[in-house]
Design a protein around this ligand. Structure first.
Ligand SMILES: NC(=O)c1ccc[n+]([C@@H]2O[C@H](COP(=O)([O-])OP(=O)(O)OC[C@H]3O[C@@H](n4cnc5c(N)ncnc54)[C@H](OP(=O)(O)O)[C@@H]3O)[C@@H](O)[C@H]2O)c1
Length: 355
């Protein structure tokens, strides 16, 4: 997982120290040292201008060091107040909501993951639930399938909640977000995992979403963008919120997996998006439809969005946005259009090429 480290105030003093000249990095003189070092004291000044100047300079340095140290000490003393909030007076209704939230989630982190009825998402939920640290909401297009999978895998249903979300429709995403807000009650989302995706390299014509957009781009990118936009404000209430996009090496043209296999992800000047990206405009670059490129372009958009949102919202909202490449797992249904030999040998090949 990637993403810049957060600013840590504990390292502030170290940073200040590292910028000081070496002679100033000595420990602060004690009051006893002050007396022992005659040059430090103004009443030991001589009439010599040069030595007066050097005394003044040393004094200024001492004052500067003392001031810096005392600022650090004062800021340390008030650190405990950084998270201080004025006491809230709660209505009975609010108290009830908090009690119900506590009953539902306890001290578990709330994770929302899209597309967990199969493949990588399914394995992720299995592991999250096994750790007993998370309450997971699975956003899936097929509730019956998800229920069957949860039963087969023995998911602990006290900590797993299934909700419908068809990413091929913005209306469905809106509805999901509204229902999610009700389900969360007073609990902010700790992790949002944008995992669902489709890959249709054999398609030789574009298929359109309910909203009239090329469906690979809508499912993999646009609908996740919409979902993030709807939950982002609430997420800043979580202690260390994270949004994770499941990207792909195929979206990076500087890798063998992405840059060495045609067609290569390339949004060009975004002419397709600029033209509204609606039927009949199927590709972000405005050119004709290519199924494999539609997938790669959508992953490129998702990964660029991660970087963009991190730079825009990490400071203001405290949310860490990152994208991951899970490696090549060609036995998941994502590769349903590929031949059996490909599904068997391609992951081995990719393991040694892309890691
Ligand atoms: N496998 C790999 O080697 C690989 C490599 C790089 C990146 N990835 C990425 O990893 C993610 C998971 O892939 P996977 O290999 O686990 O594939 P997968 O088994 O096919 O899982 C994809 C999931 O997305 C869901 N989904 C598809 N269309 C949807 C829609 N319209 N609305 C809501 N959900 C939808 C699927 O639901 P259903 O169960 O109902 O079909 C499924 O749960 C994808 O984003 C993929 O691009 C995978």
């Amino acid at each position: 997982m990637f993403g810049p480290a957060r600013y840590d105030p504990d390292h502030r003093q170290d940073k200040i120290d590292s910028y000081r000249p070496i002679e100033e990095k000595d420990p602060m003189p004690t009051s006893h040292n002050f007396r022992a070092d005659q040059n430090c004291l103004p009443f030991h000044s001589t009439t010599n201008r040069g030595s007066q100047l050097s005394i003044t300079m040393r004094m200024s340095r001492i004052i500067l060091i003392a001031a810096t140290a005392s600022i650090g000490a004062v800021s340390d003393a008030f650190k405990f107040m950084s998270n201080w909030q004025p006491p809230k007076i709660l209505t009975d209704q609010q108290k009830l909501k908090i009690a119900k939230t506590q009953e539902r989630f306890g001290d578990k982190k709330l994770v929302v993951i899209t597309g967990c009825s199969s493949g990588l998402g399914r394995e992720t939920v299995k592991n999250l639930l096994a750790s007993d640290e998370y309450h997971v909401v699975g956003a899936v297009r097929d509730i019956d399938k998800m229920e069957a999978v949860a039963e087969i895998d023995g998911f602990n249903m006290d900590n797993f909640h299934i909700m419908e979300c068809e990413l091929n429709s913005f209306e469905s995403v809106h509805r999901f977000c509204d229902e999610l807000k009700e389900y969360q009650m007073a609990k902010p989302i700790d992790r949002l995992i944008c995992n669902a995706g489709v890959y249709q390299p054999s398609l030789d014509y574009a298929k359109w979403s309910v909203d009239g957009h090329e469906q690979t781009m809508q499912i993999n990118f646009l609908s996740h963008f919409l979902m993030i936009s709807e939950v982002i404000e609430g997420m800043k209430e979580a202690p260390e919120p994270r949004v994770i996009m499941v990207g792909s090496v195929t979206g990076n043209d500087n890798t063998v997996g992405g840059g060495g296999v045609y067609p290569i992800a390339d949004l060009k000047q975004l002419d397709g998006f600029k033209a509204g990206f609606s039927n009949p405009v199927a590709m972000a670059d405005g050119y004709g439809f290519i199924g494999a490129k539609a997938y790669k372009d959508s992953k490129l958009c998702l990964m660029m969005m991660s970087n963009f949102l991190h730079s825009k919202f990490n400071r203001s909202h405290g949310i860490t946005f990152s994208s991951i490449y899970p490696g090549c797992i060609a036995e998941t249904p994502l590769f349903r259009e590929k031949r059996a030999w490909f599904r068997k040998y391609f992951p081995v090949f990719m393991k040694y090429i892309t890691g």
